[in-house]
Design a protein around this ligand. Structure first.
Ligand code: PLP
Length: 440
């Protein structure tokens, strides 16, 4: 197992892609810049928990397309829904009955959303919640938490977690200082810092935005009382609470972080607005936002906050989303993902320990992050203070043995309903070998 896998075709395709596509990739997190550079793997086919690349190599997938592919690739129920949507025409520019069905499914699972609107991406969903919060409060500033990533719209790219951090661009070029001044960033899990910011900016703060369970500097749980305190402080200041649940909704259970059994006191942690994406489209492009009726009624055509989209609510994405949620309603799917995640995370931890390699694993239900360090990771600073070179070495050794992880020390491993015990065994054997090579 010491021989490197042949990925000649991927290397050729990368050379070709570089000539035509900026950086050779259509989203920066897909590049291998953060793990030593070179050609990313060009995938050709995916089924269940497995990928085949352009050279014919097979991989076990823990990327899950950065979260959406929770049922594994090409799930028959979702494929059927997409195929039948395609046969009926993929885009109407009119309302459809299916949109109502998915809106109801979301509302049933996430009761803080009285009204919903579909968009095309998580970025759009978040961006619009901010506009709606500003319209409703007639205030302009947003407080966010360091390391939380909320998509690539101007306001939220300040101190923005996984993708930008990995690439060393915490504040993107092209964002005027006037916009950056509208955002205040405080450390996650730090209520005192939030209180100070609210006291300082007071009536200017339209909303406090947070990933209620973080997925962008590893998987990080809020400390007990953090979300309760956040909601209380924001409301006392007349600011709205926005949850970015683009990763977390339907990831840990059939619902979102605001209804997750691992977080107590649900009544005290309900947001005013929620942004969704990823899983709710079953792998096709989608986003959605929703919240309290009187706030959502700010949105056009009812209210003065404008938001629109030619592709929004397209029948293919909606049908795919409904089918995905139907699969997730199957008895026992989350329990099984968690069971496999525990086996995998525990096995990785034991294996790293055997080879004297410091490793902290933050696991939440069927997802976890691997931090090469000896301290707990509860905020962005602690996540930054981990060994990126060790992660890069681990990533490469795993890749060479057919295990595909996200190419960033900040990203999570995602289990899917398609992973089997044999995949976990194979992954653990690869990890044992990876740690052995790292320790040698
Ligand atoms: N919010 C969170 C928490 C995310 O993790 C992401 C993407 O990773 C986004 C928003 C942006 O979603 P999209 O990539 O669909 O625009």
């Amino acid at each position: 197992m010491t021989q490197s896998m042949n990925r000649t075709r991927s290397a050729e395709l990368y050379e070709e892609a570089l000539k035509h596509i900026v950086g050779g990739v259509n989203s920066p997190s897909r590049s291998f810049k953060a793990v030593g550079g070179g050609a990313p793997v060009f995938m050709k086919q995916a089924r269940g928990a497995h990928f085949w690349d352009a050279d014919g190599n097979q991989y076990i997938d823990y990327l899950a397309a950065f979260g959406p592919i929770i049922t594994g690739h090409a799930h028959p129920h979702i494929t059927k829904a997409i195929t039948s949507a395609a046969e009926n025409g993929v885009l109407y520019g009119t309302p459809t009955e299916l949109e109502i069905q998915l809106a109801k499914m979301l509302k049933d699972a996430i009761p803080s959303m009285d009204k919903v609107r579909f968009v095309n991406s998580g970025t759009e969903a978040v961006m619009t919640t901010i506009r709606v919060a500003r319209a409703y409060t007639e205030r302009s500033k947003i407080i966010k938490f360091a390391g939380c990533y909320h998509g690539h719209s101007d306001l939220v790219l300040v101190a923005a977690g996984s993708g930008p951090s990995t690439l060393g661009i915490p504040d993107s070029a092209g964002i005027p200082p006037s916009i950056a001044h509208e955002v205040i960033t405080v450390p996650f899990n730090d209520l005192e810092a939030l209180q100070e910011a609210l006291e300082h900016w007071g009536d200017d703060v339209a909303a406090v935005m947070v990933e209620p369970i973080v997925g962008n500097f590893g998987m990080v749980m809020p400390k007990p009382g953090f979300l309760e305190g956040l909601c209380k402080l924001a409301r006392a200041n007349g600011s709205l609470v926005i949850y970015d649940e683009v990763i977390t909704a339907f990831r840990f259970h059939y619902g979102s972080a605001q209804t997750y059994p691992g977080l107590l006191n649900h009544e005290a942690i309900q947001p005013d607005l929620t942004a969704l994406g990823k899983i709710i489209g079953g792998g096709l492009p989608i986003g959605a936002y929703g919240g309290r009726k009187e706030i959502m009624e700010q949105v056009a055509p009812l209210g003065p906050a404008y938001q629109a989209g030619t592709m929004a609510g397209n029948p293919a994405s909606i049908a795919s989303g409904i089918a995905c949620l139907e699969v997730l309603q199957t008895e026992g799917v989350y329990e099984e993902m968690e069971r496999l995640a525990i086996k995998l995370a525990d096995g990785l931890q034991a294996s790293a320990q055997r080879h004297g390699i410091p490793l902290m694993i933050n696991r939440i239900s069927g997802a976890f992050s691997t931090h090469f360090c000896s301290h707990p990771v509860t905020n962005y600073e602690e996540a930054q203070d981990t060994d990126g070179e060790a992660f890069a070495a681990f990533f490469r050794h795993m890749l060479d043995q057919g295990i595909l992880l996200a190419a960033s020390k900040y990203e999570a491993w995602f289990l899917t309903t398609a992973h089997q015990a044999a995949d976990i065994d194979q992954t653990l054997a690869a990890a044992e070998e990876a740690f052995r090579r790292m320790a040698a």
